[in-house]
Design a protein around this ligand. Structure first.
Ligand SMILES: C[S@@+](CC[C@H](N)C(=O)[O-])C[C@H]1O[C@@H](n2cnc3c(N)ncnc32)[C@H](O)[C@@H]1O
Length: 291
């Protein structure tokens, strides 16, 4: 591995919180134990990887795959089974996209670098910023410092669905508070990695308001991660034509969010886009723009 690749591997470990994953499992153990009214065992807390290896391994595999990991099966004092959703208390990683989708970002940026595809990089839907932080780290370590990174988000979570295509998919802050991460927190995350500078351009607000007038000229990579039909369509309408031939469109939610997949197909049909959609993993897909 080159020094650049070693740095990027470490960055993946960091944004996935794999280095300190046991701490997330410690919180899971505490909440799950309190939920059934049992005392906290301090030895379990200290030696969590040895005392509850199955749970640690389950969370590690899910983290690598970018899959849900936060439900815990419990049996209370009366012998009743219940499922405890711990996502809003125990998720500490800086990205939720898993390792394969981080590898896909690296692959797309490798192609852009090696083929000298010009243009900026954008992510629409950044949450704590981890995937964007990884892209910024790539630009720095490969000395691609003439490019800007556009970081677009409401910084207050997903919108409440208003379109019929998004009905039944309400992940707004009232329903999933952990998806609402402030601009200040995301900026602070970039700062902690030493990656916050004037070439990181934040676009705060709903995509429908910020993206059509964003001063973006050309894009080499457009990464869509807004989950909903509305969010995907607003980003495509505003930015797709700015992606240069040879550039990439990455769709984080193609496999797991039907409204997102629907927006992709409608947009491609409307614009006669025939470029092959490649599968990254159970959720993500991408294509390379040929014209
Ligand atoms: C699934 S998270 C993104 C995950 C992130 N890319 C990562 O690396 O973990 C979705 C993000 O999209 C944002 N979002 C979704 N729809 C939006 C919209 N229409 N306008 C602005 N932000 C939106 C949410 O605030 C949230 O931060």
């Amino acid at each position: 591995m080159s020094p650049q690749q070693r740095y990027l591997e470490l960055l993946k470990n960091a944004v996935l919180d794999e280095l300190y994953l046991e701490n997330e499992v410690r919180f899971m153990y505490i909440f799950a134990t309190l939920a059934v009214g049992k005392p906290i065992d301090q030895d379990v807390l200290r030696n969590i990887a040895f005392r509850i290896p199955d749970l640690v391994n389950r969370v590690r595999v899910a983290r690598q795959e970018g899959r849900p990991w936060w439900n815990v099966d419990l049996v209370d004092g009366q012998g009743n089974r219940k499922v405890l959703d711990l996502r809003n208390f125990c998720e500490f990683s800086h990205t939720m996209i898993g390792r394969k989708r981080l590898n896909n970002i690296e692959y797309c940026l490798d192609c852009v670098r090696e083929d000298a595809i010009h243009g900026d990089i954008a992510e629409t839907g950044v949450w704590r910023g981890g995937a964007s932080i990884f892209m910024k780290g790539y630009l720095e370590i490969w000395d691609m410092t003439d490019r800007q990174l556009w970081v677009a988000d409401s910084f207050e979570g997903l919108p409440v669905p208003t379109l019929p295509q998004d009905q039944g998919w309400d992940f707004s802050a009232g329903k999933v508070p952990i998806l609402a991460i402030s601009l200040e927190e995301v900026q602070d995350n970039f700062r902690r990695y030493g990656l916050l500078d004037e070439r990181v351009r934040f676009l705060k607000g709903w995509f429908r308001d910020t993206l059509p007038t964003a001063p973006i000229e050309k894009l080499a990579v457009l990464r869509l991660d807004g989950d909903l039909y509305e969010s995907t369509m607003d980003a495509l309408n505003a930015l797709y034509h700015k992606v240069v031939p040879g550039g990439f469109i990455i769709v984080d939610d193609y496999g797991d969010f039907e409204p997102c997949r629907r927006a992709i197909h409608e947009f491609r049909d409307q614009h006669g886009i025939a470029d092959q959609i490649e599968t990254i993993d159970w959720a993500g897909s991408f294509w390379r723009k040929t014209r």
